[in-house]
Design a protein around this ligand. Structure first.
Ligand SMILES: CC(C)(COP(=O)(O)OP(=O)(O)OC[C@H]1O[C@@H](n2cnc3c(N)ncnc32)[C@H](O)[C@@H]1OP(=O)(O)O)[C@@H](O)C(=O)NCCC(=O)NCCS
Length: 285
């Protein structure tokens, strides 16, 4: 029992966690000796254990690994572009990576938002005693009437995201696909009625549905994307640091650089016209 605080009888501060503890001699994670985990479980299984407290069933470990591989690199997207601009200022690796992370939000890297949509859709199906097709129709129809975009659907570069079918096929093969994957597929099918064309489930949308069927909390699903995309942000920051010379504005580069003055000419500016500072603000002084 720690000594009582001299101030008000409360215990002196100590951390409380169910994740891990360490002593001088050992490190214990969710009850397992770290060194026993090392060499015996995959990194994906380790992430699952640290996040959720138990080792995953083998199929879930393989599926999480596949999700992490799938989201690990995606060429130029908001986060990789952002980390490169941050790196072009001449910062250390972790600062570039953090800069890229800051671009992950509502429109990019959003596996948690589609998960929230599918969760609400399944709750509505149960509450209103609907079959899955009708529940999906109502969710899609409501979004369309409200002028909303469906999180986890469409991709501005691919239109039909090539990652989706592969992930769903693996989820089917591993016996993971359940109500949430079915709801994601049903909402995709329902878009044809309300948009007049199919709006395809994208990769992060598939991650959201599959993670729900693996029992992940919605908020934790964002962590799956963050972990995976960190791989990419390290690579893009590192490459920017080592292959480029900073600033992205050099007129000596073989291609016009994004910060080249020719891309920000006066005729591209649509703010107030050039004007004189008023005399009462010190003009001419
Ligand atoms: C990413 C996103 C912002 C791209 O939007 P965009 O650049 O306007 O894409 P496009 O110009 O190709 O879209 C054209 C049309 O497709 C439709 N559309 C695009 N994304 C849609 C979505 N998520 N749900 C429903 N319809 C969508 C809309 O009709 C859109 O026309 P509008 O702009 O008049 O509403 C958008 O798709 C979106 O918000 N998606 C959801 C967020 C998401 O899942 N992001 C992860 C991507 S990896």
């Amino acid at each position: 029992m720690p000594p009582a605080s001299p101030v008000d009888g409360r215990e002196p501060f100590h951390w409380r966690t169910s994740i891990a503890y360490k002593t001088r001699e050992k490190i214990v994670v969710r009850g397992y000796d770290l060194n026993e985990l090392v060499g015996n479980i995959s990194f994906a299984e380790m992430a699952y254990l640290v996040w959720r407290g138990e080792l995953p069933p083998p199929a879930h470990g393989r599926m999480l690994d596949a999700l992490l591989v799938s989201m690990a690199e995606h060429a130029f997207s908001p986060s990789s572009a952002a980390c490169r601009f941050v790196a072009s200022g001449g910062v250390p690796l972790h600062v570039g990576v953090a800069g890229g992370m800051l671009a992950i939000g509502t429109y990019h890297g959003t596996a948690d938002r589609p998960a929230g949509l599918f969760k609400q859709a399944v709750e509505r199906m149960d509450r209103e005693h609907l079959d899955i097709t009708e529940a999906a129709r109502r969710v899609a129809g409501d979004a369309r009437r409200a002028g909303q975009r469906l999180p986890g659907f469409h991709h501005p570069q691919h239109i039909q995201d090539p990652r989706t079918a592969r992930l769903l096929a693996l989820s089917d093969r591993y016996g993971i696909s359940g109500t949430y994957v079915a709801m994601a597929r049903a909402i995709e099918a329902a878009t044809e009625e309300f948009w007049g064309r199919r709006i395809f489930l994208n990769g992060p949308g598939a991650v959201g549905a599959i993670c729900l069927d693996m029992g992940f909390d919605v908020e934790l699903i964002k962590g799956v994307f963050l972990l995976s995309r960190t791989v990419s942000l390290v690579a893009h920051t590192y490459e920017e640091q080592h292959r480029e010379k900073g600033w992205r504005a050099s007129v000596n580069a073989s291609t016009v650089q994004p910060l080249d003055l020719s891309l920000q000419r006066p005729e591209f500016y649509d703010g107030p016209p050039d004007r004189a500072l008023p005399r009462d603000r010190g003009a001419g002084a």
